[in-house]
Design a protein around this ligand. Structure first.
Ligand code: HEM
Ligand SMILES: CC(C)=CCC/C(C)=C/CC/C(C)=C/COP(=O)(O)OP(=O)(O)O
Length: 306
């Protein structure tokens, strides 16, 4: 007993010295979770012509944030061996042994239980279970299986990352609604050009780690064509909220400008590519989604202030 405790404390000692709260923070993929939360917030606001109830707003944001962060932490643990092989990810806390896999799992479990309880007690059980399905979709189905199995990994797995607007909507109404599904469809269609632009730039990383991402299995040119076609599809999908009367002219103008910008980058990537074009396209994808959801919000409150 004494011996095993000594071994345990030695193990901890080898991890503890360099560990700070920043390592745990990094495990949660904070910038990704922030954008996910923006899409959830917009889902909440668009679900009602009134202001969102403060309890639902706060508990919804914290609960969805905790479960999304838990999913991100599990992704770091499951992927630490492949992360070690890639220039973009070799410095992550689990790879660098700043946080041990077992501590990371305890952290993820704490976040997940906390997030679920907050949603179930102060929001509703529909939202709590749908958010758990997002966690299972990303941390288990995408990370453990799809990522290593098929170049369509991020298309199918993208559904988990696209679900937050629906979570926001059900948090407010406790009901599924076709308008919420349209928001999910927008993020779902946005995900392939978002990720493949980065994967084109990082194709050597994925080759080294033997992950069957599209540019590895089908080549960079095919992936550029796929980015362009998905960007065209995104432009069409983004028209749907206006065409079904869910949004007004502010959204139509804003989304058209944003999609024209995305199309410009995707076109350049395919037909006039420079060294920096892939990463510029990836960077623009993030600005695109962020501004698109802010525009949805402005359009919504403008409609009800008239
Ligand atoms: C299966 C779906 C997705 C895949 C495979 C994917 C992949 C990636 C990758 C590989 C990165 C680079 C991370 C790094 O810098 O190390 C990234 C960054 C990012 N992603 Fe995604 N993503 C997906 C979905 C989403 C969704 C749904 C959102 C938000 C709504 C999102 C928001 C972001 C943001 C904000 C960043 C920048 C993070 C930073 O600079 O630290 N992603 N994504
Ligand atoms: C509850 C809920 C909505 C959960 C979804 C949460 C979530 C964090 C989705 C983000 C998607 C994402 C960053 C994928 C990249 O993973 P990767 O492993 O391909 O990228 P990496 O190599 O940078 O780790």
């Amino acid at each position: 007993m004494g011996k095993s405790l000594a071994v345990e404390s030695n193990k901890s000692a080898s991890y503890r010295p360099q560990t700070t709260w920043r390592d745990y923070y990094e495990l949660t993929k904070p910038k990704v979770v922030l954008l996910l939360l923006l899409t959830a917030l917009v889902g909440m606001c668009l679900a009602t012509p009134d202001w969102v109830d403060l309890q639902v707003l706060l508990a919804g944001m914290i609960g969805i944030g905790c479960l999304s962060s838990a999913a991100a932490v599990i992704n770091h643990v499951v992927d630490h061996r492949i992360d070690a092989k890639m220039a973009r990810t070799f410095n992550r806390p689990v790879v660098k042994k700043k946080v041990s896999p077992s501590r990371a799992i305890v952290f993820a479990a704490t976040l997940a239980v906390l997030g679920f309880l907050i949603l179930a007690l102060w929001v509703n059980t529909l939202t709590a279970w749908l958010t758990v399905s997002g966690l299972v979709g990303y941390a288990f189905i995408y990370t453990m299986y799809l990522k290593r199995a098929t170049p369509q990994n991020i298309v199918i797995g993208g559904l988990a990352g696209a679900i937050p607007p629906l979570l926001g909507w059900t948090a407010v109404t406790n009901q599924l609604h076709p308008h919420a599904l349209l928001l999910v469809l927008i993020v779902f269609t946005w995900t392939p050009p978002h990720f493949w632009a980065l994967a084109i730039h990082r194709v050597k990383d994925y080759e080294r780690a033997e992950i069957p991402m599209l540019p590895v299995t089908h080549g960079v040119e095919f992936t550029k064509t796929s980015v362009l076609l998905y960007t065209v599809l995104l432009g069409i999908v983004c028209l749907l909220p206006y065409l079904v009367g869910m949004t007004g002219l502010i959204y139509l103008v804003g989304s058209t400008l944003l999609n024209a910008g995305f199309l410009y980058y995707a076109w350049k990537l395919k037909f006039a590519c420079e060294d920096s074009t892939a990463m510029k396209t990836f960077g623009f994808s993030i600005v695109h989604l962020m501004v698109l959801f802010v525009v949805l919000l402005i359009d919504h409150y403008f409609k009800y202030s008239l």
